[in-house]
Write a protein that binds this ligand. Structure first.
Ligand SMILES: N=CN[C@@H](CCC(=O)O)C(=O)O
Ligand SMILES: [Zn+2]
Length: 387
């Protein structure tokens, strides 16, 4: 539908502008996918349409910076075994690789689309996804193409694990050579799973530098299952983000505090793997910028729910509601290099993208206060209402 839309009766408006304040009795106007006006409801200009949200809270849409939506198959048996006491290991990825290679590309796209839609109905308006369950040239290429069909930002994760039956050195040569060339038209970031059972620091560095030489930005899976060195590698290379961060030494936190790398924390994954939560409070107190993401994938975190991540960060990881919401929106945008300029996401400002959500609640505090209750009342993505 064209024309302008006035969203009024906003009981509490979180914009994440520089003041950091929440506005009350506010309104905003949307037009051509952008925010045209923000201010007190009493002074709102006329528009073609009017939506009264009746005192509800409005905030930026969630920015989910870490998902693995391109896959096939089911790992609920592995999950059940884990809940019965078995430890998570990187090798489980091979199960999904086998199923993903066997699936037609249309099926991969359809699954990823369904998950994206599921995320949107919970307030997610901007989303990253990765390759990483193909792990041969043809399968990574079609995974990258499928990802680009569905997500706003795509990351190449050829360095997820060395696939079963493949020589290690030969595989790294593939990841940094023909596989990289094949995915390049579809991806903006390169990632490496720097962990025991996946890739060590030197191997990860080689992969990341090959990606950088090809023009990609960097992100790293680091310190999920132990003190892998991934965090310090990410900071050393100036990666946009290092994700997981469960096992951190003081030197890791110091490095993050002086570097530019965002620490992206994945609470739903920690719940689903029974790992200790990342030390969110210590990171924030040290001055580290943090983001929250779902890590939606069939192995360690099969959820698209950013509200679950926000609530867990508040209730279990020591964040205030405001800190958690910031980390899931503007902090997350920083982790993708999208927090500034006209195409910034994760904040609401005049001239910016109209990516916003209404909660069925008067305040963002209800995201944790009413934990587990679906509170998303309405979502606009680039000014268009999500059904
Ligand atoms: N840690 C590495 N990759 C995924 C899990 C992949 C899987 O087990 O399928 C993650 O982010 O948790
Ligand atoms: Zn991941």
């Amino acid at each position: 539908m064209n024309g302008t839309e006035l969203v009024t009766g906003i009981g509490e408006l979180t914009t994440h502008d520089e003041s950091g304040e929440r506005l009350h009795n506010a309104a905003l106007v949307i037009g051509e996918g952008r925010i045209l006006w923000i201010g007190p409801a009493a002074r709102a200009p006329a528009a073609d349409r009017r939506t009264d949200v009746d005192g509800r809270a409005v905030l930026p849409g969630w920015v989910d910076t870490h998902t693995h939506l391109v896959f096939s198959g089911d790992r609920s048996a592995e999950f059940e075994a884990r809940m019965a006491g078995q430890a998570y290991a990187a090798g489980g990825i091979n199960t999904t690789v086998t199923a993903t290679r066997a699936a037609p590309e249309e099926q991969l796209v359809a699954t990823a689309r369904n998950l994206r839609h599921e995320a949107e109905t919970q307030g997610t308006t901007f989303l990253e996804t990765k390759t990483g369950y193909g792990l041969d040239v043809a399968s990574e290429e079609r995974s990258a193409r499928a990802a680009a069909n569905v997500a706003d930002v795509v990351t190449y994760l050829g360095a997820h694990i060395v696939p079963a039956g493949m020589d290690r050195r030969a595989y790294i040569d593939l990841v940094t050579g023909p596989m990289l060339t094949a995915v390049l038209p579809y991806v903006q970031f390169i990632d490496a799973f720097c962990e025991k059972g996946a890739f060590d620091v030197e191997e990860s560095r080689e992969v990341l530098l090959a990606g950088r030489a090809a023009g990609l930005e960097l992100r790293v899976h680091g310190n999920q299952l132990g003190f892998s060195g991934g965090v310090r590698l990410a900071v050393e290379l100036g990666a946009a983000s290092v994700d997981h961060c469960n096992y951190l030494e003081p030197a890791d936190i110091d490095a993050l505090a002086v570097g530019t790398t965002v620490a992206t924390l994945l609470p739903a994954c920690d719940l689903s793997t029974r790992q200790p939560f990342a030390p969110a409070r210590r990171l924030l107190d040290a001055g580290v910028v943090i983001a929250l993401a779902t890590n939606c994938n069939p192995g360690t975190s099969y959820t698209t729910s950013m509200p679950l991540c926000v609530a867990t960060a508040v209730l279990q990881m020591g964040l205030t509601v405001r800190e958690a919401v910031w980390a899931a929106t503007r902090g997350a945008a920083r982790a993708l290099g999208r927090d500034r300029g006209a195409d910034a996401v994760g904040s609401l400002f005049v001239g910016g993208r109209a990516d916003l959500q209404v909660l069925n609640a008067p305040s963002i505090s209800h995201l944790a206060y009413r934990v587990g209750v679906p509170l998303t009342a309405a979502v606009w993505r680039s000014g268009v209402r999500v059904d």
